[in-house]
Design a protein around this ligand. Structure first.
Ligand code: CTP
Ligand code: CA
Ligand code: CA
Length: 606
């Protein structure tokens, strides 16, 4: 429970720092990074702390920022192929991870473009064994705050208070707190190394688990770090809004607020476990019960490469796409970028992506994601594949195939399911194309039957004849499993097939029941509370980030300039169509037809 030392490092106003490192004239100046500056000065996505002092916030238009701060420097995100190019920020994020990887014994999990979780329990242990009682003094933690320790007005006084806390921890053998303090000293070193090697500043939280580390990190920013000792949790939670907690920012948090009448985490801690179990499934209830007491066991997982590579583009209002040609054009733009990045990734990391997910939203509020195997890094082929995957969503295909209805408001492509490169890129095309028997076992393993047969609905039995024996067996097993699931529960099935697109789509009841608590190696999403495959989480969070920004921006006046947001969609094991609002059903495509086409596409056309 308190046996780990877990850290979250988050870069301060990251995109601004990246820009001001490129252009030193910006250093110390109020700065904001904007996307698409054509309309009202562009949408702000990052704000320096100097500019925050003037009330400039993310989501404002550049013009509004200028009204608040005449001296503000507005820097535009670079654009390539008419869309934002975030390469420089991503690369800068990688630099930071490289520094962290130099600290042997730390488990580093890259969590988004500008943050990483670290488990430094082992480093702390070793330092304590090496240095004994003298392993930490208050001089080792000069930029560290401690939750629950009154902040002194004077710097000296502050230091003294920290000193007292530390002295007590050492004298009274409060091992947990000593370990957090030793951890904080290590994190001071890490932050210094990050600054020395990259010139970037960051903040950090030091606690016993990820949720508390993330929370602590945000308490003192910028360029500071915060320890959250276990004994300070109750006091902090007494007034902390439920929705501020990692995992409770979305639907789950809203249900807790509205239905359980809990405004603060303290309120939640007074709800009995049995009551929680009445409202939520077992795992969710148990997780909530513990997190309300500051207890959580999610491991920090070794990971320093992104788990998928992708991008998307929004076409709001009058920019929505209404012809097949335009959809094709934009898929080709997105494919070019994704393929370029995939090639770079293959060169530097020796791996290849085997899965492709495409996502499409329309102006009736429906959105749909489709996943399939990725056959090639060739942009033209990827475009063709993407078109095939979403083809059935075009309702005008029978009346006028040159049009696209309903109009498209967002397209995205994401490649994932990486595997080590072994000479030739494995693909379903190669697999089915070869007649010889030299197919490797792992080629078969690479074929994801969940993608081939997402649901029972719409599965065409005649396709089985076309499949090689081994795949056929896998498909049979899959069908058996689906039949079993259908028989035992019709409700649960929707939970496993739902992904991120419907974060806004379900009504509360449904969402709350659908949130799984712990699913093997799945991690909990901060924003919607869903457990997302650990593989997809950073990109899933980036997706939320993009969604939020999109929502913020569309709340502003219209017409809104076409905006590109880098976002990655987690690949899903199934095809999904989700409803944004009640009454949007008219916008839903024919699911049956769509699924059937999927499988034939995999077999013949990719
Ligand atoms: N970002 C974005 N859109 C959002 C949220 C974040 O494009 N809705 C980008 C920002 O440009 C930002 C980076 O992702 O620089 C990291 O986001 P975050 O850590 O939330 O904010 P910072 O700008 O780094 O500011 P802070 O110092 O508060 O961490
Ligand atoms: Ca940040
Ligand atoms: Ca961040």
């Amino acid at each position: 429970m308190t046996d780990r030392v877990v850290v979250l490092i988050d870069m301060d106003c990251f995109y601004c720092q990246v820009e001001s490192r490129l252009d030193p004239a910006l250093q110390g100046r109020p700065t904001a990074v904007v996307q698409y500056n054509a309309w009202k000065g562009g949408g702000i996505i990052a704000v320096s702390y100097e500019a925050r002092a003037f009330g400039v916030r993310r989501g404002m238009r550049g013009d509004e920022a200028r009204e608040r701060c005449g001296d503000i420097a507005l820097v535009s995100v670079p654009e390539v192929r008419e869309k934002a190019d975030l390469t420089r920020y991503r690369d800068a994020g990688k630099e930071v991870i490289q520094v962290l990887l130099q600290f042997k014994g730390a488990v580093v999990e890259r969590a988004s473009v500008d943050e990483a979780y670290l488990d430094i329990t082992r480093m702390v242990q070793e330092r304590m064994e090496e240095k004994g009682k003298g392993s930490v003094t208050s001089k080792d933690v000069p930029n560290t705050h401690i939750v629950g320790i009154e902040e002194g007005e004077e710097e000296e006084e502050e230091g003294k208070l920290h000193g007292d806390w530390l002295k007590r921890a050492l004298e009274e053998n409060q091992t947990d707190n000593v370990r957090l303090a030793v951890g904080a000293a290590i994190v001071e070193e890490m932050r210094r190394a990050i600054f020395d090697q990259t010139r970037f500043r960051c903040s950090a939280g030091v606690a016993h688990n990820k949720t508390l580390a993330k929370l602590a990190c945000g308490i003192h920013k910028p360029n500071k770090q915060t320890i959250l000792p276990h004994e300070a949790v109750d006091d902090l939670f007494r007034t902390l809004k439920v929705t501020k907690l990692r995992g409770l920012g979305g639907k789950l948090g809203a249900v807790i607020e509205e239905e359980l009448n809990c405004e603060t985490v303290g309120d939640l801690s007074r709800v009995d476990l049995s009551q929680l179990k009445e409202r939520f499934e077992e795992k969710t209830a148990t997780w909530l019960y513990h997190i309300a007491r500051g207890v959580e066991g999610e491991p920090v997982r070794e990971r320093d490469l992104p788990k998928s590579i992708g991008c998307s583009k929004n076409f709001p209002g009058t920019k929505s796409l209404d012809t097949r040609e335009r959809v094709h054009f934009w898929f080709s733009q997105l494919s070019e970028e994704v393929c370029e990045r995939l090639e770079k990734d293959r060169e530097s990391n020796g791996r290849v992506a085997r899965g492709l997910t495409v996502h499409l939203s329309n102006d009736r509020g429906a959105s749909s994601s489709k996943a399939g195997p990725l056959g090639s890094y060739d942009p033209e082929k990827m475009t063709r594949q993407a078109m095939l995957m979403v083809g059935s969503l075009n309702e005008s295909v029978t009346s006028d195939p040159s049009l696209w209805r309903p109009r498209v408001t967002n397209l995205s492509i994401s490649a994932g399911k990486f595997a080590e490169e072994s000479g030739q890129t494995p693909s379903i095309q190669n697999f089915f194309g070869k007649k010889d028997s030299s197919r490797k076992e792992d080629d078969i393993a690479a074929v994801d039957v969940e993608e081939l047969v997402p649901t029972l609905e719409g599965f065409d039995q005649s396709i089985l004849q076309l499949l090689p024996a081994k795949i056929k067996r896998k498909v049979h097993e899959r069908l058996e499993k689906l039949r079993g699931e259908e028989a035992s529960s019709s409700e649960g099935a929707s939970a496993s097939s739902s992904g991120i697109g419907e974060v806004h789509d379900h009504d509360h009841d449904q969402a709350a029941r659908d949130v799984p608590q712990q699913e093997g190696d799945k991690a909990k999403c901060d924003k919607c509370g869903k457990f997302i495959s650990e593989f997809e989480l950073p990109e899933h969070l980036d997706f939320h980030m993009a969604k939020e920004l999109q929502a913020e921006m569309s709340r502003q006046e219209r017409p809104i300039a076409t905006r590109m947001t880098e976002t990655v969609q987690p690949s899903s094991s199934s095809s999904r169509v989700t409803k944004r609002k009640k009454g949007a059903a008219a916008g839903l495509p024919n699911v049956k037809c769509k699924k059937q086409r999927d499988i034939t596409n995999f077999l013949k056309k990719i």
